[in-house]
Design a protein around this ligand. Structure first.
Ligand SMILES: O=P(O)(O)OC[C@H]1O[C@H](OP(=O)(O)OP(=O)(O)O)[C@H](O)[C@@H]1O
Length: 213
């Protein structure tokens, strides 16, 4: 996805398929505010045509396209080296890295290799969502990869947008008896220091300028 016109076209297509602005936000990896703005700009009708969240000046959110890294294993290796370096500030002898599907899984693979840890994979609840109340669904750890087994672990994803996915993953690891020691992402759009007491590291923090809060 290269520019805002592509995003607007994608938002229009998803809105035409009946997805809500929240679902469009998840699909396009942007905030709900931005999804609302994209749908409004496209002229498509959405199930929730409510506020003009972005106004005429556009939304505050940004879309992060890191495909120049993701499509090249050598570049992924360099990024993993940097992400692993951030993680090494926390924990000693952590031997498990959990990637959040989908985009976090390949990143976690290269980070785990860099740190010489086992590799686990978590599918958040939203990936199982089809219809109905997402709160009634749970995420799951893939049986094809390492299990938590009461271990300390690192958590890897590509982005934090609202923080919902990372928060869910931290909860799921704790429910399995594990202890998340630190999280790392390429881009943190919230600029978070921690989530539920777990430090969040990012290569890039996105800071809104001129926001009131
Ligand atoms: O902080 P949040 O608001 O929860 O958003 C961040 C999450 O959204 C994206 O996942 P997406 O559902 O787009 O799946 P993907 O990994 O397949 O891109 C991204 O990879 C994070 O997991």
């Amino acid at each position: 996805m290269k520019n805002v016109d592509d995003l607007i076209a994608s938002a229009a297509e998803l809105a035409d398929r009946g997805l809500s602005k929240g679902e469009i936000a998840d699909e396009l990896n942007v905030s709900r505010e931005t999804a609302s703005w994209l749908v409004d700009r496209s002229g498509a009708s959405s199930p929730e045509q409510t506020d003009d969240a972005g106004g005429t000046s556009g939304p505050q959110d940004i879309h992060v396209d890191w495909s120049a890294i993701g499509r090249d294993s050598k570049r992924m290796g360099y990024i993993a080296h940097a992400m692993a370096d951030l993680l090494q500030k926390e924990g000693e002898d952590v031997d498990l890295t959990i990637g959040i599907e989908k985009a976090g899984a390949p990143l976690a693979t290269v980070v785990a290799r860099e740190l010489d840890t086992d590799l686990g994979s978590y599918a958040p609840a939203k990936h199982q969502w089809d219809e109905g109340d997402i709160d009634e669904l749970g995420g799951s750890f893939s049986r094809n990869f390492a299990q938590i087994r009461d271990r300390e672990c690192y958590v890897v994803d590509d982005t934090v947008t609202s923080g919902t996915t990372m928060t869910e993953t931290i909860d799921a690891i704790r429910e399995e008896g594990g202890e998340p020691v630190a999280c790392v992402v390429i881009v943190d759009k919230q600029g978070l220091e921690d989530i539920d007491g777990v430090p969040v590291y990012s290569l890039i923090d996105v800071v809104g300028v001129g926001r009131e809060s």
